[in-house]
Design a protein around this ligand. Structure first.
Ligand code: SF4
Length: 451
């Protein structure tokens, strides 16, 4: 059976969730339920039932008794078992009072009543063009964002440690056949960057590269171990497709998140943009990442050559139905020297609608205001934060190398100054955990209102 069919959401008639006390207990509980053939799936814990970006186990009411017995017998520690009928309710009355069509009101009502919105609804929202309806969409996303993740942005930093890649994705400036100057960073060089991030107070480092087999499992595990021992920081790994065994080893070594974008959920488009990859395989890898106990980072590209609005609706819905924790949608931007170099860049408004719809339907998750949207338009990051995004990713690759990590051309090297400005412009706050005195010693000026 195709993984795409296998993956289709369980149709739970009366959905419930089990929220465990820790990731270890959650993984153990999942294992026990699978062994006892009790239908279940991992989802981001919905608002009101646990912390953001944690994982809950979803199941059907008919299995509740059996699950209670199993977890009692196995001494699994858990916080609670909850009916999804009692989900947090967002007050969207201010949006319903806006000058919008009855059809749009119906969709907003569905969101308010915690009903799943359909592909037809997503398409309807993607097609909103009048100023009032566009504003209503952004306002809905902003209300949900505020309730779920508050006003403080989450600041993460990427060390792009190698731009070698064995693959030839048609849109990507790092593809094997591109004439890009190549570099690899040593473990010492990576740790030097991590040391700087630790000092400014960043809590999660993203280790990102092309698909580069030079970094063997052992090499990566050594780097992960060093970061964990010395800095105890959260780690997001973004190194492309690896094996199921490697995902388990990374998770056991302390990797918290794994970023592997699905890019599109259309088989036609996936094949068109990825000559070396296959959508079923990508879904399988995403499943392995989740089953290894890491939080799943996914998302995709908007405005790809030949991409239709229906395909955009499908990739947004995939994030919800798969239960993705961190969803990065970025615009297509042409990269010089690639087969797509002469295609037009993506449309800003379409990208902002996608960010807003993603927040509306996925709710209690992290959504970055991507570097790509900041590259599409200098106000892109601020506008994405206003449309439901809550995360900014700093580029923390050494200055001498970062120009060579050109997945697309004219990349905006989002640095601390840029992130501070976007936070100020969107009337949000920086995270509390930053080391403000150290940052100011470095010469950065931070307005007290955003600390
Ligand atoms: S998108 Fe990733 S896998 Fe594809 S060519 Fe670029 S770096 Fe390599």
């Amino acid at each position: 059976m195709s993984i795409l069919n296998k993956f289709i959401k369980n149709n739970f008639q009366k959905p419930y969730i089990l929220v465990c006390s820790s990731k270890t207990h959650m993984m153990y509980a999942k294992d026990i339920l699978d062994k006892n053939i009790v239908s279940n799936e991992l989802i981001p814990t919905p608002k009101g039932f646990g912390e953001i970006c944690t994982t809950a186990i979803k199941f059907d009411f008919k299995d509740k008794k059996e699950i209670e017995n199993l977890i009692k017998k196995s001494k699994i520690e858990y916080k609670g078992i909850y009916s999804l009928d009692n989900r947090y309710r967002y007050d969207l009355s201010s949006v319903l009072e806006m000058n919008i069509s009855d059809d749009m009101k119906k969709i907003i009502n569905k969101v308010q009543n915690n009903e799943d919105i359909s592909k037809k609804d997503v398409l309807y929202l993607l097609n909103r063009e009048t100023e009032e309806e566009y504003n209503a969409l952004i306002t809905t996303a902003d209300i949900i964002r505020k309730e779920c993740v508050g006003d403080r942005i989450e600041l993460r930093a990427a060390v792009e440690f190698s731009n070698y890649c064995i693959k030839n994705c048609n849109y990507c400036g790092l593809r094997k056949d591109s004439k890009q100057h190549r570099y690899r960073m040593s473990e010492e060089e990576i740790l030097e960057e991590v040391d700087y991030l630790y000092k400014i107070g960043i809590k999660t480092v993203i280790l990102q590269s092309g698909e580069d087999p030079f970094y063997t499992t052992d090499k990566l595990l050594n780097i992960i171990k060093s970061i964990k021992e010395k800095y105890r920081m959260g780690i997001t790994l973004s190194v492309g497709e690896r094996t199921e065994k490697e995902y388990r080893l990374f998770s056991e070594a302390g990797v918290n998140n794994y970023l592997l974008k699905i890019e599109t959920y259309s088989k036609r488009l996936f094949d068109y943009i990825h000559p070396d990859d296959d959508l079923d395989t990508r879904v399988q890898h995403t499943t392995w990442i989740k089953e290894a106990g890491m939080r799943v980072g996914s998302g995709g590209m908007i405005g790809l050559p030949t991409q239709t609005l229906e395909e955009i609706a499908d990739v947004i819905l995939f994030q919800r139905d798969f239960g993705v924790h961190m969803i990065g949608f970025g615009p297509f931007l042409p990269a010089k020297g690639t087969p797509y170099e002469n295609y037009s860049k993506s449309d800003l408004k379409l990208n902002l609608k996608v960010v807003a719809i993603t927040r509306i339907i996925c709710q209690n998750v992290f959504i970055p205001a991507t570097t790509a949207i900041a590259s599409l338009n200098s106000l892109g990051q601020t506008l994405a934060l206003e449309a439901g995004a809550n995360t900014i990713m700093l580029i923390s690759t050494p200055k001498a190398l970062r120009e060579n990590y050109g997945i697309y051309s004219n990349k905006n090297m989002v640095d601390l100054d840029f992130a501070i400005q976007s936070t100020l412009d969107s009337k949000r706050k920086l995270p509390k955990y930053l080391n403000y005195s150290y940052i100011e010693e470095l010469g950065y000026k931070i307005d007290n209102s955003i600390k």
